[in-house]
Design a protein around this ligand. Structure first.
Ligand code: SAM
Length: 339
């Protein structure tokens, strides 16, 4: 029996790919719209916006998640675009967290609308947050994002901490020539706050107007912040994903490094993505997708959806293109894939 026969003959319960990786983590982009225009992420100019009718309705996403949960998906991350710009997001989150089998539902946001959503997000059962923040300087924040929003994002982060969200992870993309002089300031925050600061290597995909000839690799980032004190490795706790975690001596919080470029984590990749227009995407760095929304809208049964999940698992590549040396050409933008 081939692996494929084996997969297709299996009753729902697990989603295993050709490389024996169990796929149990679904990242869902609920919208391609964003209220920020981060230079390194967003594509300016004529931008193929999805039509309202192309976007999966919440009802449809919930159905896909229920099928995914029957196949062993336990972890969900809601992303975008910016998820909090979509109307009705809190009610959706409440219905999502109630789906049996899910043990971890979290949200990634740029924080611009977070303050006004915090109560409802908490009531929906979300306990931990990832907030993207690439500068602690108000004017630089404006330059990167196009909005004078640093104060409001920082206020929301502080309020979330006071309300007991934990952990609060602050995602910092280390962008050469843009915020490299601030990485140490971000790390320093962990002495005053219990935040998890996660440094992410910039991936050379995304906005065609943002060009850089180099990447700030984890090793260099570590070297910069190592001047604050000894970095003690922390145990991975299963919810960390690809982040390698450390604590600086004497800190309340921790720092983490996500290294898609210098130390790919493909061999342990457990992810599959659902785009806002209903495509299952198998790798952040590959435009190969399967149209699960189309199957659902043409009257597909749960069996059909299960079959598509299984087909997607079997198409997943061993490693992403930055590693395999293949010429990569990711046409979708981060702002639409969701990171
Ligand atoms: N709007 C939400 C937010 O800001 O968190 C979710 C979507 S955003 C596309 C998800 C994450 O992708 C953000 O942390 C962003 O900084 C990151 N990102 C965007 N372009 C990137 C790139 N080229 N390399 C690495 N990370 C990137």
């Amino acid at each position: 029996m081939t692996h494929q026969d084996d997969q297709q003959g299996k009753s729902p319960g697990s989603l295993v790919d050709r490389f024996d990786r169990t796929l149990n983590y679904l990242r869902i982009s609920v919208t391609d719209k964003c209220n920020l225009r981060c230079t390194y992420c967003f594509s300016p100019g004529p931008h193929p916006k999805l039509q309202h009718s192309d976007i999966l309705r919440y009802e449809e996403i919930l159905r896909i998640v229920k099928v995914g949960a029957a196949l062993g998906i336990t972890k969900i991350r809601i992303t975008g675009g910016e998820p909090l710009v979509r109307k009705g997001i809190s009610d959706f989150l409440k219905r999502l967290t109630a789906i049996p089998g899910l043990s971890d539902v979290s949200l990634t946001t740029n924080g611009m609308l977070l303050d006004q959503h915090l109560d409802r997000i908490r009531n929906a059962g979300i306990k931990r947050l990832n907030i993207s923040l690439d500068s602690l300087k108000r004017e630089r924040f404006r330059k990167i994002t196009g909005e004078d929003g640093f104060d409001q994002v920082w206020h929301a982060i502080s309020k979330a901490r006071d309300m007991g969200f934990s952990p609060i992870k602050i995602n910092v993309v280390a962008i050469p020539g843009v915020n490299e002089d601030e990485l140490i300031d971000f790390a320093r925050l962990t002495f005053s706050y219990p935040f998890h600061i996660r440094f992410i290597e910039y991936m050379p995909i995304g906005s065609p107007t943002f060009k850089t000839s180099r990447t700030l690799l984890t090793q260099e980032i570590k070297r910069k912040i190592g001047s604050l004190g000894l970095l003690t490795p922390l145990e991975q706790d299963g919810k960390d994903g690809p982040a390698r975690r450390f604590q600086i001596q004497g800190a309340l919080g921790e720092v983490g490094f996500i290294s898609p470029v210098s130390q790919h984590f493909c061999q342990t990749c457990n992810r599959i993505r659902l785009t806002a227009d209903g495509r299952l995407r198998l790798c952040l760095l590959s435009d190969q997708t399967l149209d699960i929304g189309g199957i659902l809208r043409s009257g597909g049964s749960d069996e059909d959806l299960i079959h598509l999940f299984q087909k997607a698992a079997l198409l997943k590549h061993e490693k992403h293109c930055l590693q395999s040396g293949d010429t990569y050409s990711v046409k979708d933008f981060m702002s639409s894939i969701g990171g």
